[in-house]
Design a protein around this ligand. Structure first.
Ligand SMILES: [Zn+2]
Length: 357
């Protein structure tokens, strides 16, 4: 008996040891990706699946302009192959301290592993002269481009290309992942029916060119214009097009352009600047016109100003995230827009906005 145990022992230990070393080797082989923000992490995850080992620095409940650069992320960055950033100076206050602390040249601006995901994005609200006057936090134009879901198509291409360079053996997997993500994105935005009829790539081109409406109304299938087949987030938002909102921060410009709502004023007089008493009184006057059903705000900003405006004017306040994880419903980039479009349609059609913050 004792003899048998002794002979078995090496095997009993050998098997778990082999499994461990295989797991360790697989973990070693995975591309180590650090993403500054959750939306970029969600897109990277959709493109790459478990080929990457992903760390996201900020949570969706934090203001992307002002994240605390915790030193624990320096350790993660030292080992990282790629760093995904939003760019346009959105993370200027917290990513540079982390990358400089990590002292890895490849993750500094211009390094092979530094991936600025704003590449190829048509940036709006670019100031005529570079200025951070009075603390304006959008010196290179509006950095919140991922509030337009179609921009995630461009970002997924940027991320897939970076992954191909870092891990050429996975090139096909990344391309397959990117295609699947874009297909899912088109179906979520335009509706599966319309994508099947017109093709996602065609719809995407028309939407980027600003000619989607003309295309949908000017193209007929079986005697009915294509618009009859529009579904998804755009279909859901059709009924509230042209409606006016006030937002706390200037972070819905791309969303408003894509979905056809109007942002007529901001609680912050300039991005990053708290409202003065005078600005709040001007907003009360503006809201009393009666054409703005709701003020959109964020979980991480002060609520005193919006509470005051609601009290004075009776206009509702809706707190929505713009990053994955900013609300329990926003578990990934798709659910984020499911939640946002659902809540906005409710608020703009007389339903009660969610009271959650
Ligand atoms: Zn901003």
């Amino acid at each position: 008996m004792r003899f048998h145990c002794r002979t078995l022992l090496p095997f009993l230990f050998a098997v778990p040891a082999m499994l461990l070393s295989d797991t360790a080797a697989a973990a070693q082989a995975r591309v180590k990706v650090v993403s500054s923000l959750p939306n970029l992490g969600s897109i990277a995850s959709a493109v790459a699946g478990d080929r990457i080992d992903l760390t996201v620095i900020a949570s969706g409940a934090q203001d992307a302009h002002f994240v605390d650069p915790k030193p624990s992320f320096i350790v993660k960055l030292r080992k990282a192959d790629l760093l995904l950033v939003n760019g346009l100076d959105l993370e200027i206050g917290w990513v540079p301290p982390l990358t400089q602390g990590a002292r890895t040249g490849r993750l500094l601006v211009g390094g092979a592993g530094y991936i600025d995901c704003s590449a190829g994005i048509r940036v709006v609200e670019i100031p005529l002269s570079l200025s951070r006057t009075e603390g304006d936090v959008h010196p290179y134009g509006n950095p919140h481009y991922l509030t337009d879901p179609l921009n995630a198509e461009i970002v997924s291409g940027t991320i897939a290309e970076a992954l191909r360079r870092a891990d050429p053996a996975g090139a096909q997997a990344y391309e397959d992942g990117r295609r699947a993500f874009v297909r899912q994105l088109h179906e979520a935005l335009f509706g599966q029916d319309l994508v099947d009829l017109a093709g996602g790539a065609k719809l995407s081109r028309e939407a980027f060119a600003g000619t989607l409406d003309a295309f949908l109304d000017g193209t007929s299938i079986g005697g009915a214009p294509l618009r009859a087949h529009l579904g998804g987030w755009l279909g859901r938002m059709q009924g509230v097009r042209g409606k006016a909102v006030v937002t706390y921060h200037k972070d819905y410009s791309y969303f408003a352009d894509r979905f056809g709502i109007r942002v007529v004023d901001f609680v912050e007089p300039k991005p990053g600047i708290s409202p003065s008493a005078k600005h709040l009184e001007d907003l009360v006057t503006r809201l009393m016109v009666g054409d703005v059903p709701v003020i959109l705000t964020r979980p991480y900003v002060e609520h005193r100003s919006t509470d005051y405006l609601a009290e004075r004017t009776g206009v509702g306040v809706l707190t929505l995230p713009i990053e994955v994880g900013g609300a329990p419903e926003a578990t990934d980039y798709f659910r984020l827009f499911d939640h946002a479009t659902d809540q906005i349609v409710r608020a703009l059609t007389g339903g009660r906005p969610s009271a959650r913050r």
